[in-house]
Design a protein around this ligand. Structure first.
Ligand code: NAP
Length: 286
């Protein structure tokens, strides 16, 4: 599956590239000259990725990586090092939405959401970090505006994205002391498979929501309106912020993908790009 290049190229590994932001980021990175290892948990779902790469006239190295399967993470990262000898950046993009609320979900449901969106990010980051240290590389994670602002019926998803943001904000000064830059990219609504992948049957969910039915219906109606093509970003637009994290000389710690996402997170954040906190915590490790 791997390709070889006559020139040493900066190499980026991206997770969750079967659709959406990951697919668009893989194509954009390859177009920008990165040797791009586009990973998917199920390589049988690579058709859209292959078609997008062909349309853009770029080459991708497509490999299997399931973020919750540590063996597949190790195999993918070790394979990249064996084939290319270097890893310059990782984009933790894989993630999954979840709709629920405490009384309507089990703790096991919440653990599953954490497994993909939080521990999956840790699995990949831990495997990659020694190699990123070797190249002075970049560790980039697609979180969400839901990693900053808690949203109704998204308790588990937002908790997982908050956890990633807290983990990465804490890791950033430590990694930076060894030359690795850490960023999080925060999209608002992006028209991807994200909502479809939740597998939501609205009427059935509302019917089963008991005392939460009216609130759930109101929330879903609002959310559906946010994901119309007019209101949502395209995957390519959101991927542009991933490219910014990948290529900017000094990327911000926190990058919102749209003016809407900036406005929304501004309701919560005094330190919107993360520079004030990092200016402080950086001094704790120097
Ligand atoms: P998407 O089209 O559903 O893409 C999600 C990707 O993650 C898919 O490729 C999916 O693969 C993959 N994935 C899920 N579980 C995985 C696992 N265990 N191992 C490896 N890959 C896995 O949605 P998207 O919007 O592009 O989502 C990308 C990221 O953006 C996610 O982290 C999401 O939380 C975040 N985000 C999205 C939005 C939005 O509105 N779309 C907003 C804020 C943040 P399969 O095809 O195999 O399922």
């Amino acid at each position: 599956m791997s390709t070889t290049s006559p020139h040493p190229a900066r190499t980026v590994l991206i997770t969750g590239t079967s659709s959406g932001i990951g697919l668009a980021a893989a194509v954009a990175a390859a177009r920008a000259g990165w040797r791009t290892v586009a990973t998917l948990r199920n390589p049988d779902r690579a058709d859209a990725l292959r078609a997008a790469a062909a349309e853009a006239g770029v080459e991708l190295d497509i490999r299997r990586l399931d973020v919750v399967d540590e063996e597949s993470v190790a195999a993918a990262v070790d394979g990249v090092i064996a084939d290319y000898g270097r890893l310059d950046a990782v984009v933790n993009n894989a993630g999954a939405g979840h709709l629920g609320t405490l009384e309507l979900e089990t703790v096991a449901d919440v653990r599953e959401v954490m497994e993909v969106n939080f521990f999956g990010v840790l699995n990949v980051s831990k495997a990659a970090l020694p190699h990123l240290r070797a190249t002075g590389g970049r560790l980039i994670t697609v979180t969400s505006v839901g990693g900053v602002v808690g949203q109704p019926f998204n308790e588990a998803y937002c908790a997982a994205k908050f956890a990633v943001e807290g983990y990465m904000e804490s890791l950033a000064p430590v990694a930076r002391s060894l030359g690795v830059s850490v960023s999080v990219v925060e999209p608002g609504a992006v028209a991807t498979e994200f909502v479809n992948n939740i597998g939501l049957d609205t009427d059935a969910r509302v019917a089963a929501a008991g005392p939460y039915a009216d609130a759930l219906r109101a929330y879903i109606d609002r959310t559906v309106a946010q994901f119309t093509p007019d209101a949502a970003q395209t995957p390519a637009e959101a991927a542009a912020s991933v490219l910014e994290a990948l290529t900017a000389e000094e990327p911000a710690f926190r990058i919102q993908t749209s003016p809407w996402a900036r406005g929304f997170t501004a309701a919560k954040l005094a330190d919107q790009d993360g520079s004030a906190v990092l200016a402080m915590t950086d001094t704790w490790v120097r």
